[in-house]
Design a protein around this ligand. Structure first.
Ligand SMILES: *Cc1c(COP(=O)(O)O)cnc(C)c1O
Length: 390
């Protein structure tokens, strides 16, 4: 069921595949970009023959173009696009049975934590939330019921890394499935399948679309067996991405490489500025030499990304002051768009976690998270400087 049909691009560079993979498949008018096919249904020529699509819940030509593009970028066999990142997580969780145990991080995305800790725990799945920055904690959590390890690296918002190869090794020795949420870095900066992970998922809402105008998700698989399972589940659960949204993601992904370069150039400049500022206690950014896993970041990533957090000195009112005094940085949740965002995880993105879970994950009232856009880094630094000193 391999549907990454763009073999002619397979040997080409990442940026070339971003622009071309999956895209030029329209022969009706020779359009250079992929048409949007909003059609819910596709007519048959006889009782055996259609053109590969019959109903948009099961498959759609616009969505398939985007899926083939992302499969190529992640180095996977197949991709299925879902309505949101959370529906990608939901789909993957339906690969398990009540009683199955899954090991994951204690500082994973708040929505994923809620889905695991509340919804899927209620229907009988079991989870261990451990500090995955030390692989020994993963090893120690394995039981006879363990079926999978859910990896998210770097973590949100404190940018802890998981050593992907080390966790894959543990998984292989116990015959466990590995799944990686690769949203924070995108396939331009990290490709977990190449490190032995079985399944990669994304919130395409973030860097893959990159323009803060879509919610979507995707699941990339690397074996026929997993590809068929995911294809079946997305159709059966009815969680496919809409053709319009898939078209926007496909358009966004064409500039993924140049955008990530601009994003991380700004992030490094902002991180160095914050590290030297007297109002700032600590900066969490894997690109800084002071990050405890800087060497691991250099090893398993091809860049440091554009998400960073810091602790502002003082009290909660200082956090609020900095978050509300910026002009360029918009006070908003989400990440990965061309515009820079600022937020306070303790009362925004991570509110779906209990306070005790937030503290256990290291989130304080002083934690501020930044998603660095592609604006001029000097302007971003000037904006943060005036907010910190207001
Ligand atoms: C945003 C996000 C999700 C959820 O994606 P939605 O598109 O908001 O449903 C999952 N994981 C990570 C790391 C995210 O940043």
């Amino acid at each position: 069921m391999s549907d990454s049909s763009d073999h002619k691009f397979e040997q080409m560079g990442f940026e070339t595949r971003s622009v071309h993979a999956g895209v030029d498949i329209d022969s009706t008018f020779n359009s250079c970009t992929t048409p949007i096919y909003p059609s819910s249904t596709f007519y048959w020529e006889d009782l055996k023959t259609n053109k590969g699509f019959d109903y948009t819940r099961s498959g759609n030509p616009t969505r398939r173009a985007m899926e083939d593009n992302i499969a190529s970028l992640e180095g996977g066999l197949s991709c299925r696009a879902t309505s949101t990142g959370m529906s990608a997580v939901t789909t993957i969780m339906h690969m398990f049975q009540p009683g199955d145990h899954i090991i994951t991080g204690h500082d994973i995305y708040g929505g994923t934590y809620r889905l695991f800790d509340d919804i899927f725990t209620k229907i009988g799945l079991k989870f261990s939330f451990v500090d995955m920055s030390d692989p020994a904690n993963v090893q120690a959590a394995v039981t006879d019921a363990t079926k999978a390890i859910w990896i998210e690296t770097p973590s949100n918002p404190l940018m802890r890394l998981v050593d992907i190869a080390a966790v894959v090794k543990i998984a292989n020795s116990h015959d466990l499935l590995t799944i990686a949420d690769n949203t924070f870095l995108s396939p331009y900066l990290q490709r977990p399948l190449e490190l032995g992970v079985d399944i990669v998922m994304h919130s395409t809402t973030k860097y893959l679309n990159g323009h803060s105008d879509v919610v979507g998700g995707c699941i990339v698989t690397n074996s026929e067996e997993h590809a068929e399972k995911v294809d079946y589940l997305v159709n059966a659960l009815g969680l496919g991405n809409s053709p319009f949204d898939a078209w926007l993601v496909l358009r966004g992904v064409k500039t993924l490489g140049p955008r990530m370069e601009a994003h991380q150039k700004g992030a490094m400049a902002v991180a160095r500025f914050l590290e030297s500022h007297p109002q700032v206690d600590h900066v969490y950014y894997p690109g800084l030499e002071s990050h405890p896993q800087h060497e691991l970041a250099k090893q398993q990533q091809s860049g440091f990304g554009a998400m960073l957090s810091f602790e502002v000195k003082g009290e909660k009112s200082d956090t609020e002051r900095v978050c509300t005094q910026t002009n360029l940085f918009l006070l908003a949740e989400s990440l990965g768009g061309v515009e820079s965002l600022i937020c306070a995880p303790d009362c925004m993105t991570h509110l779906s976690m209990e306070e005790s879970a937030r503290r256990a994950a290291g989130i304080t009232t002083q934690t501020i998270r930044l998603s660095i856009g592609i604006e001029n880094p000097d302007d971003l630094i000037a904006d943060l400087k005036q907010a910190l000193e207001a």
